[in-house]
Design a protein around this ligand. Sequence first.
Ligand SMILES: Cc1cc2nc3c(=O)[nH]c(=O)nc-3n(C[C@H](O)[C@H](O)[C@H](O)COP(=O)(O)O)c2cc1C
Length: 237
Amino acid sequence: MKITVIHGQNHKGNTYMIAHELAEKIGGEVTEFFLPRDFDEPCLGCWTCFNKDLTHCPHYKKLKPLMDAMDEADVVILASPVYVYHATGQMMSFLDHFGTRWMVHRPDARAFQKQGVAIATAAGGGMASTTKDLYHSMFFWGYPRIYRMGFAVRAAKPSEIPEDIQKKIHQETDRMAAKIRKNHAPFKPTLKTRMWFSMIRWMHKAFWKFEPDYGYWEEHGWHGKNRPWKVKRKKRG
Ligand SMILES: Cc1cc2nc3c(=O)[nH]c(=O)nc-3n(C[C@H](O)[C@H](O)[C@H](O)COP(=O)(O)O)c2cc1C
């Protein structure tokens, strides 16, 4: 399996420890990026990605290695410490760059065959809102399987995490890795994805003919009967 991890911080602290441990336990080719070390640009709000294409984004050259690694991965892990109840600013800035990949605009069909994991650690609270920040992007990119892992570690660094919590973390990463290894493409979309897709399709056709999104959907046949999750299955034997 190809696994890409985007760390929402530069340092190797509590969140890194868990995300890295999970990636290693899943096993395969692991590629890791750290923010802001590997991508440090805030979205400029220039709308170039929406009006033209992501390749025209002023930050495209810096973004491309991370984007390619995510596009080629079977599993994408987005991990962030909780900063004031949400994902870190640098993680949110990174995710802003993929607004154009949201289902309503121009999703990449490969997204509909990926597993995603949202990981957050906090001293005490904010894991649910932080994993939700990460979940929202993965869901609207089209990921069919998204798992959330949040831990209140009661510590500023891994060596301070109480033993019982450490044990729980190791058990959870074991369980999650086994689940991810067992699940593999081709995936069927969830009911929630199908409902969102149908609603957007209807919206496009009824009143929202925003280009180049509309043309992109036409080109892929999504306004007709084709769907991004329909993949050609290999013939057996
Ligand atoms: C700027 C900042 C904001 C934080 N906000 C919260 C918070 O809202 N809730 C919380 O429980 N812990 C909060 N924490 C604590 C961290 O989320 C927690 O220690 C986390 O495990 C650190 O992960 P790391 O070692 O990967 O950086 C905050 C820490 C920092 C530095």
